[in-house]
Design a protein around this ligand. Structure first.
Ligand code: PLP
Length: 383
């Protein structure tokens, strides 16, 4: 490919997502059928049937943006820009804000587009590594050396894909302070926000905390509605959103009208929708931690502090790609090898937002138990 490197993770999912029986590495939470969304508001079916399918506004319908703005402190309808998922928003923002040579600091490992798009644009990319030391940790004190006061954009994903890392309030404030001192834009990919393990640890949105902050969110993860393809940028930097509008004219132009209609229902019922998914996440975390405790010879993890995914490591340090291939073909269970993040191959991603996780774990456990001397419950005695 001429411009972008292939998106390793998306290519992996393209191969397996619709054929593997048990997706044990999905990042999105359990979905909802349209019927259930429509049932949340009494007159919604008639309104949907009367919806006209013309173009919508480039930045998203004002009523949808209003419903989104209600989720943030101090944001107005024109501080929001709706996109076709978070992915389009990342691309449009980078195209609007960055030029070759601009310095960009980005946490790594990361969802590949956060790094690949600035790289492809010729930016001076400074990877900011997460450390695995008791908790997954990003050190704000490393920022001055990475940025040298010159970063145009600092990119943070919190809660983080794939580790579930979540900065403390103090760490987040230190990052905002550094961005403010140097005038950098701060893009926080907040697509796993609202899924903090401890709700008291939820961070303020970047667009609330900082005048040059940009929040990225989407209905795919916490709400389980990836098929709507509705995401958004939220920022008080309207000049930046104006520049984004000029880019969007060259790709999707506007979002899908039925998706915007349904997204509005979602935003008005967000607590209920996310609440359902938080319960699934919480149950699954308990199950998975028990699974790991019963099989110390298989894997262990530095626990995620938020989100719907975590990043365990195989106990024997072997390559998780070899395991993933056998696992999906022999048991139908899909895990995502860490190598797809350009990270240590013995790590792998698990997702715990799906309703069928108990069956997926049962399958995985049975497969492990069937391995000669390998990784099953019997491994309890391995250390
Ligand atoms: C951190 C992060 N940002 C952005 C995206 C893109 O979201 P969407 O697929 O809804 O556009 C993802 C999807 O996995 C993600 O994990």
């Amino acid at each position: 490919m001429a411009f972008f490197e292939p998106f390793a993770l998306e290519r992996f999912f393209a191969e397996h997502e619709f054929s593997a029986r048990y997706l044990l590495c999905s990042s999105d939470c359990e979905s909802f059928p349209v019927r259930e969304l429509l049932a949340m508001e009494p007159d919604s079916i008639d309104r949907l049937l009367d919806l006209r399918l013309g173009y919508t506004e480039t930045r998203g319908s004002p009523t949808l943006r209003m419903a989104i703005a209600d989720q943030y402190a101090g944001l107005k309808v024109n501080d929001l820009f709706v996109h076709a998922g978070a992915e389009e928003a990342i691309l449009n923002l980078c195209l609007a804000a960055l030029k070759p040579g601009d310095r960009v600091v980005v946490n790594v490992p990361c969802y590949q587009s956060l790094m690949e798009i600035p790289r492809a644009l010729g930016c001076d990319l400074r990877p900011w590594p997460l450390r695995e030391a008791g908790r997954w940790y990003l050190d704000p004190d490393e920022l001055p050396a990475l940025s040298g006061g010159k970063a145009k954009l600092i990119i943070l994903n919190a809660p983080h894909n794939p580790t579930g890392a979540l900065p403390t309030r103090g760490e987040f404030e230190a990052i905002v302070d550094y961005a403010r001192q140097t005038g950098a834009f701060l893009l926080v990919d907040e697509v796993y926000r609202r899924l903090e393990r401890d709700p008291a640890r939820r961070l303020p949105a970047a667009c609330e905390a900082y005048e040059n902050g940009i929040s990225l969110d989407v209905l795919s993860k916490h709400s389980g509605l990836a098929g709507l393809r509705i995401g958004w940028l939220a920022s008080k930097r309207r000049d930046l959103l104006d520049a984004v509008a000029q880019v969007k004219d060259y790709n999707s132009i506007c979002s899908s009208a039925p998706s915007e209609f349904l997204a509005e229902i979602v935003m008005r019922n967000l607590d209920r929708i996310v609440g359902r998914n938080r319960s699934i996440v919480s149950r699954n975390l308990t199950l998975f931690e028990r699974f790991l405790a019963e099989r110390p010879g298989f894997a262990s993890w530095t626990p995620p502090e938020g989100g719907s995914i975590g990043f365990p490591r195989l106990a024997d340090g072997s390559d998780s790609e070899a395991l993933a291939k056998r696992l999906v073909s022999e048991s139908g269970v899909l895990i995502l090898p860490g190598a797809y993040y350009g990270y240590d191959a013995s790590h792998f991603r698990v997702g715990y937002g799906r309703a069928n996780m108990p069956e997926a774990l049962e399958r995985l456990g049975a497969w492990l138990d069937a391995q000669p001397g390998g990784g099953g419950a019997s491994k309890q005695t391995a250390r």
